[in-house]
Design a protein around this ligand. Sequence first.
Ligand code: KIV
Length: 271
Amino acid sequence: MSVAGSVRAVTTLRLTEMKQRGEKIAMLTTYDYSTAKIVDAAGVDVILVGDSAANVMAGYETTLPITLDMMIYHARSVTRGAKRALVVVDLPFGTYQGNSKVALDSAIRIMKETEADAVKMEGGEEILESVQRILSAGIPVMAHLGLTPQSIHKFGTYNVRAKEEAEAEKLLRDAHLLEEAGCFAVVLEKIPAALAERVTNELKMPTIGIGAGGKVDGQVLVIHDMLGITNDFSPRFLRRYANLHDVMSEAISHYVDDVKNEDFPNEKEQY
Ligand code: KIV
């Protein structure tokens, strides 16, 4: 829903239509109101309020510590700024695994308190009951397979997933199960491009890749990475569209110098 309470221009149905006519879907993470206004106006189709907020906003090493209340704060800020893009919010670790009633309560809080359009959940068959229960309440679900950062302690590494046949077959099975359950799209993170292409061809729901090659229905990046605000993370799949780290630090050093030298404020900058 938009700030005015009406449905946003990009809907889950529109994403399916985009896949059908071969139009690529652009998705980007966002965590605050001012950035959401820029991202929305620039034509991004889907804004993900990702639990990567744990890393880039809160400074945690993994995504596990972020809470539902923190996600709701970020999501509420983003939905005030997004008029056109579909807004999807990550269900954080511990709010949906293993108990479908808890999962439904978590998803309902996000939908009621943030005016977002959908939730995203990491995992396949093991979370299917929670996915089904949330879908049965009329809440759209985006799935997330491959490298699922909430399971980092199980994987032990952020390396590419599903390179071995058994894991690739499970991923394909999970993707079909999630589509049959009624998910509207799936994020495929850090898997071989050939596998992502196969999943994309076999599914009717759109696939959104991050480190999954070009033969998917859309792409997603973490905004701090693609804008170069983070400068200590350079995986092969990341294209940097700006170097805001340097732009910001130069501007801030300049400001510090101006204050110290009593150059700021000048006569025109006072009352
Ligand atoms: O939290 C996040 O930013 C994500 C994307 C990497 C897909 O889940």
